[in-house]
Design a protein around this ligand. Sequence first.
Ligand SMILES: NC(=O)c1ccc[n+]([C@@H]2O[C@H](COP(=O)([O-])OP(=O)(O)OC[C@H]3O[C@@H](n4cnc5c(N)ncnc54)[C@H](O)[C@@H]3O)[C@@H](O)[C@H]2O)c1
Length: 270
Amino acid sequence: MSNNLLKGKRGIIFGALNDQSIAWKVAELAHLHGAEFVLTNAPIAMRMGEINHLAEKTGSKVIPADATSVADLEKLIAESMEILGGKIDFILHSIGMSINVRKGNHYTNENYDYTMKGLDVSALSFHKVMQTAMKLDAMNEWGSIVALTYIAAQRIFPDYNDMADNKSYLESIARSFGYHYGQAKKVRVNTISQSPTMTTAGSGVKGFDGFINFSEQMSPLGNATAEDCANYCVAMFSDLTRFVTMQNLFHDGGYSSTGVTQAVMEKFQS
Ligand SMILES: NC(=O)c1ccc[n+]([C@@H]2O[C@H](COP(=O)([O-])OP(=O)(O)OC[C@H]3O[C@@H](n4cnc5c(N)ncnc54)[C@H](O)[C@@H]3O)[C@@H](O)[C@H]2O)c1
């Protein structure tokens, strides 16, 4: 179903790796809602070539960019404005990676080179994207920038490891940059805190099956799917949410406000 909520809007979507990626679902839905956009991912992530199928399906161009490289971002944003024929209305930052998680390093035994790399990719890149866009005066007034995050920024989930710290920093950047971008250009900046979702990044977390089942039972509405996350992103990119900024928005079926559910209580009653 499309209501053309994004008709006439131009965007840049980071992070569509394969058809499970949240960014992939956002691109499909944004296209249905009439948006035009450029797809981007790290050059190394494009080797599989899957993003080309998405580009074909959505009539989009693909520009490789390592989101930690300011030079890549400058090129990406400048070329996107040329391709799309004007300034940008929305950006999705759907990027996350921890080498400590990948290598199975315990939180109390981090390799700090890995920590710094993960922080750069998962959090600082968000600042780099916005600083570059601001310097190039690339955003239209009332434009909307969204990054995806997870509730481990607020509460401990031990196996989420250093990604929890990365997400805290990411959410803080959204607030801080949101202030400055709001004042300077009326651009809004938010993070969406999504339920656990079966994707490449998600399933890299140890014990992810248990994680998903637990939150499914701890949420009155159940886990939000990637498709539903795409719905929320489109709403956030649309003109229907113009005064929402500097927020961390939970999209989790009620998980973040739930102490316990009947389903979980039953497991502990004798
Ligand atoms: N899957 C979940 O359970 C879940 C829950 C909450 C939030 N999130 C967040 O959603 C976002 C998207 O993740 P996903 O679950 O769709 O997984 P995904 O693996 O499909 O997406 C992660 C993306 O980050 C990209 N990336 C990594 N390094 C990069 C770099 N240097 N430059 C540019 N791109 C780079 C990858 O290529 C990939 O496309 C991430 O921020 C993730 O933390 C995921």
